[in-house]
Design a protein around this ligand. Structure first.
Ligand code: 5RP
Length: 262
């Protein structure tokens, strides 16, 4: 999942349906995922989407979301359980499993105990675990103090990698988390420039990459966007250089890339 050549990763997050339903521009997961897969180092999905919408010929590593239990109709999104067994994750041949933790919410303990159980099972099967430091509807908690706490608590439980949000003083979050961190994008930002700045700053501060969804596939030029992000993550491009990659890819009609069988 993390490319040895650069020590970094561009993960494509397409697991939103597990609580958001048919999210804008992810209504038909196969249509959204297929053109982007050649440029993703990892694809993050649920088992339902993996089975129904991802051609098994693709050899992109899969990050399987295994937590759920609440939908956007509930005020409290933190009431999650493990929804997919470790055995099924192994059977589906995924590279890692992911679960949300809700530090500071009503179900903090439940989500942390879920994470501990998942790490224990992961150890038995040799399956890496990602903690997702969800902030749910409480977006005001997206600050370094809160995220550093949630990331560190997850690392102490034993996860191999953490996904969190970029925030001011993000290096504080990175420095306090002794495992690799990737950043989510969150809801679609206003401009391409804003997205590329977020990615650039996160990498500068020590993130090993992104696990990003809406800011890629809700853009009118998703292939151009993921390639621009790749240039920052894997080639240390500046925001200006990445914008050029975006423009170059925007005017090139994306070729249909067939899965490679290795
Ligand atoms: C959904 C998730 C997403 O994978 C995560 O939020 C990344 O996607 P985005 O960049 O759209 O925020 O965990 O629950």
């Amino acid at each position: 999942m993390i490319k040895p050549a650069t020590g970094r990763s561009v993960m494509l997050a397409c697991d939103h349906g597990y609580f958001m339903g048919p999210t804008h521009r992810l209504e038909n997961p196969r249509k959204t995922i297929e053109p982007l897969l050649p440029y993703a180092d990892t694809l993050a999905v649920t088992r339902g989407v993996l089975r129904s919408s991802v051609d098994p010929k693709w050899d992109t590593p899969i990050l399987l979301r295994v937590s759920g239990g609440a939908s956007i109709l509930k005020d409290d999104l933190s009431d999650e359980e493990i929804t997919t067994s470790m055995k099924d994750a192994v059977r589906l041949n995924v590279s890692a499993v992911a679960l949300s933790v809700f530090v500071g919410t009503q179900h903090e303990k439940q989500s942390l105990v879920n994470l501990s159980r998942l790490v224990d099972e992961g150890e038995e099967y040799g399956m890496p675990v990602m903690a997702i430091t969800a902030v749910g509807k409480e977006l005001e908690k997206r600050d370094a103090k809160y995220l550093a706490l949630a990331c560190r608590v997850s690392a102490e439980i034993g996860v191999q990698i953490v996904k969190t949000y970029y925030c001011e003083n993000f290096s504080k979050v990175v420095n306090g988390t002794p495992v690799p961190l990737v950043v989510a994008g969150g809801p679609k930002l206003n401009t391409v420039d804003d997205v590329l700045n977020l990615v650039y700053n996160a990498i500068q501060d020590g993130a090993v990459g992104v696990d990003m969804g809406r800011n890629i596939w809700q853009n009118d030029h998703p292939v151009a966007m993921i390639n621009a992000i790749r240039s920052i993550v894997h080639e240390d491009a500046t925001v200006k250089e990445a914008l050029q990659v975006f423009s170059d890819n925007m005017i090139t009609e994306p070729k249909k890339v067939e899965p490679q069988i290795h």
